[in-house]
Design a protein around this ligand. Structure first.
Ligand SMILES: *[C@@H]1O[C@H](CO)[C@@H](O)[C@H](O)[C@H]1NC(C)=O
Ligand SMILES: *[C@@H]1O[C@H](CO)[C@@H](O)[C@H](O)[C@H]1NC(C)=O
Ligand SMILES: *[C@@H]1O[C@H](CO)[C@@H](O)[C@H](O)[C@H]1NC(C)=O
Ligand SMILES: *[C@@H]1O[C@H](CO)[C@@H](O)[C@H](O)[C@H]1NC(C)=O
Ligand SMILES: *[C@@H]1O[C@H](CO)[C@@H](O)[C@H](O)[C@H]1NC(C)=O
Length: 497
């Protein structure tokens, strides 16, 4: 019993290491030509062999009759029941939303009302993968709590619920505690993803009408660089057509995102060279792979379909080559090594969420298993990865929706250089002025915590001493960033207000 449990946890963790938040380096295993000397590649292959068959939660349809499309079932809970405030005072909710355009898909979410003021903006946070649960961010980055070594919880002083009413969702279908009884409910593109999220938000605001008037912001990380533009555009369109409940969308914030995939893949050799990870020769050599990546990415953009998987292979070859040189470097944070089989140890979130008493408190069926990152969900989105989602953004900017692109500067996989490159290349009315904007200091506690470029609704923030997960590495700076940005005061950051 004990050994089978530790076996499955181990395999999940190994797998987790192989699925990046940005996209899966587990795709190495699809490259038969990958250099055999790479211990990482071998490790990933082994981990995949260990991985259990069901990589997302499929439940037999015994309860299908109870599936009511569009329904929200929510409960209040307290993880900190013994330490003070009552469940009602906390305003902590967990719920399931039954997706209308599905056979039987239920989307799990957490909703934490602001610790400070219920009039604070409503923020939705999306974790990437695709297929990684938002609980990774909740417990290790910007949620109300952190998990201690003994699996108890402590308040996170820099939780984003200090400045917002924040929603964390497990999506697309099959991610985290979200589940279905039917494989066909897996999503394959941003249309499917944004429809589900839009429908969820409509139901959410119907269930919480007191929050409809609040400002609304979409935030997230990594592969959310794909989700966010698609969702924001969907909301903005329906708002303009006066469809559904008006969602008071004021801005979007993309953290170490994958948005314009072709540009971001092609920049790897340059970033790696600049950061001393590879030599000039190696960079020149690896750069020879760029034209093929570019050609196939263009074909993907115009034709869609399976050519997009070819494009992903062609472009990932660039990243693979760099990883074969840098060895056990943590590609989410170039200051660090991947220690042991994992770059980070996030095992506690799976331990915690798989405790029966926790599931019961959250209204999660006991047969569901919490998996941090789902292989099946990732695989279902393979044709989406190379799509360039930047195309949605100029329209949002012209409509005055604020946009913050922030990047921990030590991340390789979704690095700041690639993000700045596409932000600069974006064709909108403020393009010239943005490119000419002065680089300001972003000051927190009297010290420079990053650098900022901004014009009109667009801001680009490079955060010092942070990798892929900015709120984990620089929690205070990240909270200040959110607060100032939502409050329209990011530009005055040098004043440390
Ligand atoms: C949950 O708590 C809220 C107050 O935050 C209260 O209005 C609501 O009735 C509670 N819901 C349930 C299902 O107990
Ligand atoms: C768990 O650890 C925290 C400190 O990290 C401590 O305050 C608490 O008492 C511990 N709980 C148990 C049950 O050991
Ligand atoms: C770099 O490449 C050039 C030309 O291919 C070669 O002559 C030179 O020896 C290489 N340098 C190193 C340090 O590998
Ligand atoms: C930029 O966008 C404008 C307006 O949509 C368009 O007329 C123009 O051709 C675009 N420029 C480039 C270089 O794509
Ligand atoms: C930013 O600072 C300037 C100069 O101190 C001030 O005039 C302006 O009102 C400030 N803007 C915001 C949004 O606080």
């Amino acid at each position: 019993m004990a050994s089978s449990k530790s076996f499955s946890i181990l395999s999940l963790l190994l797998f987790f290491a192989s699925v990046s938040f940005c996209y899966a380096t587990s795709r190495f295993t699809h490259h038969p030509a990958f250099p055999p000397q790479s211990s990482k590649a071998e490790r990933l292959i082994r981990s995949l062999n260990l991985f259990p068959k069901e990589t997302f939660n499929i439940i037999d349809s015994d309860h299908l009759h109870s599936f009511v499309p569009g329904q929200i079932v929510e409960k209040n809970f307290s993880f900190l029941a013994h330490s003070g405030p009552s469940v009602e005072d906390l305003g902590h909710h967990a719920g399931y939303y039954s997706l209308p355009h599905s056979k039987a898909a239920r989307m799990f979410y957490f909703f934490f009302e602001s610790r400070k003021n219920k009039n604070d903006p409503v923020v939705i946070w999306l974790t990437g993968g695709p297929g990684c649960g938002s609980e990774l961010a909740l417990f290790y980055e910007n949620g109300p709590f952190h998990i201690t070594k003994n699996l108890s919880l402590t308040w996170n002083d820099y939780g984003w619920d200090q400045a917002s009413n924040i929603i964390f969702v497990d999506q697309p279908t099959g991610t985290g505690f979200s589940y279905s009884s039917d494989n066909s409910d897996l999503r394959h593109d941003e249309t499917g993803v944004s429809n589900d999220l839009y429908n969820f938000l409509q139901a959410f605001f119907k269930a919480h009408p007191e929050f409809v008037k609040n400002e609304f912001y979409i935030t997230g990380e990594s592969y959310a660089g794909h989700y966010i533009p698609a969702l924001a555009s969907r909301i903005n369109q329906n708002n303009k057509m006066k469809k559904g409940i008006h969602i008071n969308l004021k801005g979007i914030a993309i953290g170490n995102g994958l948005t314009n995939s072709p540009i971001q893949y092609e920049i790897y050799p340059e970033f790696a060279l600049q950061n001393g990870l590879i030599t000039k020769n190696e960079s020149d050599d690896i750069s020879k792979l760029i034209p093929n990546c570019d050609k196939k990415a263009k074909a993907c953009e115009s034709r869609g379909g399976t050519i997009c998987e070819d494009a992903l292979d062609a472009c990932e070859a660039i990243f693979d080559r760099i990883l074969s040189i840098v060895g056990d470097l943590n590609y989410y944070d170039i200051r660090k090594k991947c220690v042991g089989p994992l770059c980070y140890d996030f095992s506690n979130v799976e331990k915690l969420l798989n405790e029966e008493k926790v599931k019961s408190a959250l209204g999660v069926r006991k047969e569901l298993k919490y998996v941090s990152c789902s292989r099946a969900v990732y695989d279902a989105m393979l044709q989406d990865t190379m799509r360039n989602l930047e195309v949605f953004l100029p329209g949002l900017l012209e409509d005055g929706i604020k946009m913050l692109v922030y990047n921990g500067e030590k991340d390789l996989i979704c690095n700041w250089l690639g993000n700045l490159r596409w932000v600069n290349a974006m064709n909108w009315s403020g393009q010239k002025a943005f490119r000419a904007s002065p680089t300001l200091k972003f000051v927190v506690d009297g010290a420079e915590a990053g650098t900022l470029n901004s014009y009109g609704p667009l801001a680009f923030l490079k955060v010092h001493d942070a990798g892929h997960m900015v709120p984990m590495d620089q929690p205070k700076a990240a909270l200040q960033m959110l607060e100032r940005w939502m409050g329209g005061k990011l530009m005055n950051s040098t004043l440390d207000n």
